[in-house]
Design a binder for this molecule. Structure first.
Ligand code: CA
Length: 220
């Protein structure tokens, strides 16, 4: 079940239709406050969130408030020229974004991909990798520093896991996009930088990630 927060009824109904065809039940809200309420009441598997919403709280506020208590997957809908919104949305823990105007089919594909990633247990479900002072628990999908769990968004954890599994290798942004977001993900390489910045902020000195100039990143 999915909560869709979108104030444009035409877009909302179109997305709703495609999601239902994709087999998902959908609950709609047309502003941020009702959206938050709906997520609390319905406990959906995923939230699709328009950035520009009427009323006191916009989509970015909703995202921040959801992330304060939950790691539920969030996809943001942003305007074509909304570069700042995209970056802010990812910094606030959104898992993905789709730029308007978008193809509803593409959005449903993103939803499926994110849910698959978030809900499928990995093969090596019990592996715990130790990276510096940081423990990456692939089975529980948890990062721990000195034994304390550090809350990460779905994609942030995926990126951390991928870096950990390839530690010692310099990885390009393209390789990271392919490995974490999937080869069919249409997005820009700065997405990687935004997520790296979040991981550095959240894990601090416990996270020995080097920037490799002209290439990308390497976890030591
Ligand atoms: Ca809007």
């Amino acid at each position: 079940m999915i909560v869709l927060v979108e104030d444009d009824p035409n877009i909302a109904d179109l997305v709703d239709l495609y999601l239902r065809q994709g087999g998902y039940r959908v609950y709609q809200a047309a502003d941020g406050e009702n959206g938050l309420q709906l997520v609390r009441d319905r406990q959906p598997r995923l939230v699709i969130l328009d950035v520009g919403l009427p009323g006191a709280i916009d989509g970015l506020d909703v995202c921040r408030q959801l992330r304060a208590t939950s790691d539920i997957p969030i996809i943001m809908l942003t305007a074509r020229d909304g570069e700042v919104d995209r970056v802010l949305g990812l910094e606030m823990g959104a898992d993905d974004y789709v730029t308007k105007p978008f193809s509803p089919r593409e959005l449903v594909a993103r939803v499926k991909a994110i849910l698959r990633r978030a809900e499928t247990p990995k093969n090596d479900a019990h592996a715990v990798l130790t990276i510096g002072e940081c423990e990456v628990d692939l089975g529980r999908r948890e990062a721990r520093v000195s034994g304390d769990v550090v809350p990460l968004a779905t994609r942030e954890f995926d990126l951390l896991a991928f870096l950990s599994e390839n530690r010692g290798l310099a990885l390009s942004r393209r390789q990271l996009l392919d490995g974490v977001w999937g080869a069919d993900w249409i997005g820009d390489e700065r997405t990687v930088d935004v997520h790296v910045r979040q991981l550095r902020k959240k894990l601090g000195d416990a996270f020995p990630l080097s920037t490799v100039w002209g290439v990308g990143y390497r976890l030591d």
